[in-house]
Design a binder for this molecule. Structure first.
Ligand code: SF4
Length: 343
């Protein structure tokens, strides 16, 4: 339990959060940090119950969207994100790969669509999306994947307003740009950019009319207060990110966070339930680190309001459960794939 003096005072916050309050106005962007802390620290069975109750008002409880994320340009990134094996600052044994050709990427998306995947995400290890031939090729990928009727998401680093507008014209549905952690802890994880850089790119994405995919990573050595701070930042974006990926750190040898202790999976459940209550209409995605979670923990994440997973053997460069394993899990749980909204 955090001793943060700025968060707490449950009695005051209790007046503004309770099932009645949540029922009256479930979509809000004016959450205070005290309210977020109060929700986060609710006894877990009660927290999951509230999250599932809200989840059912906004989402079909038996539907999970499957997304696929591929790395279209791998390694050699000038940023120093301490969790990332693709940073050029660390020796994490990741083979560098230049930008893939559009035809190849589109064929991978077509194959994924054939397996029922409805959202296709393309990640490139850039600090800033480049101009010129590489950007034109990304636009071609977006056009090609969009033509398959899939939701198309990119994560290419920082964007200018003009690049965001061209991606929108090409058919991009969403842009991923994570806040990663709380503003206070951010400098312990990344020194090559600041929180405001992230917020600026998110504003460019919004301005272009692209939906926002924005979440964070748990298990990087942050405190409970930082997890609350991250969720507060996300839930006070207006409008909320339509997509909120909650990642569990994958501890990769060679990165500065490789030796961090494993996160208690129940912290993931708690964060997901809190995200569901704070951002009821968003898709909450159980993202990286799923290989470290038991089927029971994943089930609890679904019960807490997660309604999307990433499928495929790899998430960018880190391992992910196999396609067969995921199909089996969803079948066992009686969950069905969510169709694309092509947003
Ligand atoms: S997370 Fe993204 S920006 Fe950070 S080092 Fe990795 S590829 Fe670069």
């Amino acid at each position: 339990m955090s001793t943060n003096p700025s968060v707490s005072s449950p009695s005051a916050a209790a007046a503004s959060f309770g099932s009645d309050h949540a029922a009256a106005s479930p979509v809000r962007s004016d959450w205070t940090r005290e309210e977020v802390a109060l929700i986060y620290r609710t006894p877990l069975p009660e927290l999951i119950f509230r999250a599932q109750t809200i989840h059912r008002r906004f989402h079909a409880p038996d539907r999970v969207q499957t997304c696929q994320l591929i790395s279209i340009k791998t390694g050699g990134c000038p940023e120093d994100c301490a969790y990332c094996p693709q940073s050029a600052h660390y020796d994490a044994d990741v083979e560098r790969q230049g930008l893939l050709i559009p035809q190849h990427v589109i064929s991978v998306a077509r194959e994924a669509a054939g397996r029922g995947v409805t959202r296709f995400c393309m990640g490139a290890a850039w600090r800033q999306a480049p101009e010129g031939k590489d950007f034109d090729n990304v636009l071609e990928m977006v056009r090609g994947v969009s033509a398959l009727g899939m939701e198309v998401c990119c994560t290419l680093g920082m964007l200018t307003d003009s690049q965001a507008a061209r991606l929108k014209d090409a058919g991009l549905s969403a842009y991923n740009h994570n806040l990663d952690t709380s503003p206070e802890f951010y400098g312990s994880i990344i020194t090559t950019r600041v929180y405001d850089d992230r917020l600026r790119t998110l504003a460019s994405v919004r301005k272009a009319g692209i939906t926002v995919c924005c979440g964070g990573i748990l298990g990087m050595g942050e405190t409970e207060r930082d997890r609350i701070g991250l969720l507060h930042q996300l839930a006070t974006l207006e409008p909320h990110p339509e997509s909120v990926p909650i990642n569990m750190l994958v501890r990769v040898a060679g990165t500065p966070l490789a030796e961090k202790p494993a996160l208690d999976p129940l912290e993931m459940v708690r964060a997901i339930a809190t995200a569901r209550i704070l951002m009821p209409a968003s898709r909450v995605r159980l993202a990286a680190g799923r290989k470290q979670l038991s089927p029971e923990a994943v089930t609890l994440c679904f019960l807490a309001g997660a309604n999307s997973i990433f499928v495929g053997e790899k998430l960018l460069t880190t391992p992910n459960p196999g396609v067969d394993e995921d199909e089996q899990l969803l079948q066992t749980l009686g969950l069905k794939p969510l169709e694309s909204h092509a947003i």
